[in-house]
Design a protein. Structure first.
Lengths: 334, 387
């Protein structure tokens, strides 16, 4: 029993944190909103270069051969950085599915950054993230996963309040797609929920840091608003939500990487996502309340993380859906 | 990261589990807050001690088995899952002992620790006063040096186990000219000291939950100061860290309670309770509450293991103990409130759940109210301005 990240995990986390800070500034994120594909210029190539895209690919095919434990450390940082790329879809779900199926060429393109993948899973609902940017969709179809080339897609775009989330409903001819033999839909869905939970924790941390800085500076009645107990207690509650959701995410990561029992694995992932969704919801509410009106403006950067929090909270299952799955695992559904 | 128990830990767990199974009292003990129940619980402490399970995290020289933190957490999980009696010694073992280890002289350690381990000395805490609750530094009880003794005058209150305890660990004012935090000393007072009067305060459920203690020229030997005279605040705050964090409320207790809640909910789903419905399945909202209780117990468990790994790597718990105190106390209260909602019109009838609820009500109040804890989180963890 040793519940801690390794130095290697932490160094990797530090590397991606620096990359996100320098290459994915709020200016870069705002610029990406004006582009067709919604992406941050050059970021994908950098992430390929340092191996982020290949975390979950085996070393024999040029991947890092790491597991979900390393992955959640990185995805938490992506949440913190407000990164608009489809990282959960590509890194957490598509790459390991392509690897399992032995789809060598598709995998090679994915981990080298030559291609971008997204996913279409039943647990993600009808809205697919970033199909315009994607070259490949790993799609759930009739209990299996298919690899669908973007050229074979019909894409009907949909707006999200979060301009970094380029949603669309897609359709395709399954006969024109490639079966990813051996890739497990339930495992893919758990990875999507796990990766999103990690991002939720990162978003919550960013909202808290943002707000702590603001309430130290903002003065009313002659003193910083952060000196008032009402404000302190809001932010203490946010900190509590983060403190007790992050370990569930790390634990679920370990379960996905090491546990063969799909029920236990699913229960652990759902406990993590339910708790992380609640934590980020609480962070959004408190961050906005403690900022006051400025927090609702388009100009002010808080909006980037507010909207990400709102969208990721529900992505790949809202807290209520994951609670239901935990209820099932605990034998409470009758 | 490795979340499997290594063979060494599995062996430890199995040994602990089978000892608890074999030595578990056959009949439930009377309440530890009654005269008879207090002595029954003292005997249980003795049984634990003789089996080597009363203070497993302590050094072997004082009756422990030198457990590391993970072993201690495993022990606590097994302890609470086994359903054996609660610990009448908790004030001493969880709150005072860490302070004696940190600040006690060799003579104090050699005298007090073995007697705490074997149940000979059961301790109560004498910190709060009628006019000093959250504002603990406002205490007025004085202890004036007179030859080899200190002479104590004043009043302590809300002393859990205070009526029957053998010893009281107190914070007293030894320098009346010093302001607030200065001039305090940490004093260990035997309950048979002349000049001490103890009176039971009945809790709302009519149990004698705590005592108030009056000191009228109560004499205690000056050897019983723990740490330096005048350093009482610093010494006390070290114990307050233990009280909020790991040592007082380990996850095992809440995991066991969450599992019992799940069983209650399952039974409830089968039979139905409220409004005459039978077998109609579990109300969706109550089901969510049960799931939440279970998830929170797991969250506390894994957060604790995460913190334990940091501590074992040489880290320090510090103000973050306040996060744990708020979390476990509110989790415990919610969990028991859910149980009462599941019981419906049976909730008011005395039961273990009702006892647990009344006990849990105190959680957000004792060991520093949760309002104070949230201030600490905001100021010392997040760095917000004090004023």
């Amino acid at each position: 029993m040793h519940f801690a990240f390794t130095d290697e995990h932490d160094m990797f986390r530090d590397t991606v944190r620096e990359i996100f800070a320098s290459e994915c500034s709020t200016e870069a994120i705002r610029e990406s909103w004006d582009s067709v594909d919604g992406r941050v210029r050059g970021l994908w190539a950098t992430l390929a270069e340092v191996g982020v895209l290949a975390i979950m690919a085996p070393t024999e095919v040029g991947g890092l051969g790491m597991d979900e434990v390393a992955l959640v450390r990185v995805l938490e940082e992506a949440g913190y950085g407000g990164v608009p790329e489809p990282l959960v879809e590509h890194v957490a779900v598509a790459v390991p599915a392509l690897a399992t199926a032995g789809a060598a060429e598709l995998l090679d393109a994915a981990i080298s950054g030559e291609s971008t993948c997204t996913v279409a899973l039943a647990t993600g609902g009808p809205n697919v993230v970033a199909p315009v940017a994607a070259d490949l969709v790993v799609a759930e179809y009739s209990g299996s996963l298919l690899a669908v080339d973007s050229g074979a897609l019909t894409v009907v775009p949909k707006d999200s309040i979060d301009q970094s989330r380029r949603l669309a409903e897609i359709s395709y001819d399954p006969d024109a797609a490639t079966l990813l033999a051996g890739a497990d839909v339930a495992l893919a869905s758990d990875r999507a929920a796990l990766g999103t939970a990690a991002q939720c924790v990162g978003v919550a941390r960013r909202l808290l840091d943002f707000t702590v800085e603001y309430v130290k500076e903002r003065r009313q009645f002659g003193k910083p608003v952060g000196s008032y107990q009402a404000v302190k207690h809001h932010l203490a509650n946010v900190r509590l939500g983060i403190e007790f959701s992050a370990p569930l995410v790390y634990r679920a990561a370990w379960s996905v990487a090491h546990c063969d029992d799909a029920v236990v694995r699913g229960r652990d992932v759902s406990m993590a996502k339910a708790t992380a969704s609640d934590a980020v919801d609480r962070s959004c509410r408190a961050a906005l309340q403690c900022h006051g009106a400025i927090g609702c403006t388009y100009e002010y950067d808080l909006q980037i993380w507010l909207k990400r929090g709102w969208s990721l909270s529900g992505a790949y299952g809202a807290a209520s859906e994951h609670r239901d799955r935990v209820a099932g695992a605990l034998g409470l559904l009758g | 990261m490795d979340l499997e128990l290594s063979p060494r830990y599995v062996e430890f767990r199995d040994e602990c589990r089978s000892w608890l199974h074999d030595n578990r009292p056959t009949e439930p003990l009377a309440s530890m807050d009654s005269a008879a129940g207090f002595e029954e619980h003292r005997l249980w402490e003795r049984t634990l001690f003789e089996g080597g399970w009363s203070v497993p995290a302590w050094p072997a020289a004082y009756g422990g088995r030198d457990c590391d933190l993970v072993e201690w957490l495993i022990y606590e999980e097994e302890y609470w899952l086994s359903g054996v009696p609660g610990r009448v010694s908790a004030n001493g073992v969880s709150l005072l002992a860490p302070t004696i280890f940190n600040f006690g002289t060799q003579a104090q350690q050699d005298y007090f620790l073995p007697r705490m381990a074997n149940g000979e000395h059961i301790w109560a805490q004498g910190w709060s006063e009628p006019e000093a609750g959250s504002d603990l530094a406002g205490i007025k009880t004085t202890a004036v040096r007179d030859g080899d003794d200190y002479v104590i005058n004043g009043q302590k209150t809300w002393c859990s186990r205070g009526k029957y305890a053998d010893w009281i660990f107190c914070i007293v004012r030894t320098d009346p000219t010093a302001e607030r935090h200065a001039g305090l000393s940490y004093l260990l007072v035997p309950a048979d000291a002349p000049g001490m009067t103890r009176r039971t305060i009945r809790r709302l459920d009519q149990e004698s939950g705590f005592a108030e203690i009056f000191f009228d020229d109560c004499r205690v030997n000056a050897d019983n100061v723990l740490g330096e005279p005048g350093q009482g605040w610093a010494v006390a705050m070290a114990a307050a860290g233990s009280e909020r964090g790991l040592s007082l409320r380990s996850p095992g207790r809440f995991m066991a309670a969450a599992e019992r809640l799940r069983e209650l909910a399952t039974a409830n789903a089968a039979t139905g309770t409220a409004m005459g419905e039978t077998g109609g399945g579990l109300d969706a909202r109550l089901r969510d509450e049960v799931v939440d209780a279970w998830i929170r117990a797991e969250a506390y468990r894994w957060q604790t293991y995460f913190v334990a790994a940091e501590l074992m790597a040489g880290g320090d718990l510090g103000s973050e103990a306040s996060l744990m105190k708020v979390f476990w106390s509110e989790m415990d209260l919610e969990l028991h409130a859910t149980a009462l909602r599941l019981l419906g019109d049976e909730a008011e009838v005395p039961s273990d759940w009702l006892d647990g609820y009344v006990f849990a009500l105190g959680g957000p109040i004792y060991a520093g109210t949760n309002e104070i804890q949230r201030n600490i989180i905001a100021e010392r963890v997040l760095g917000l301005p004090r004023r």
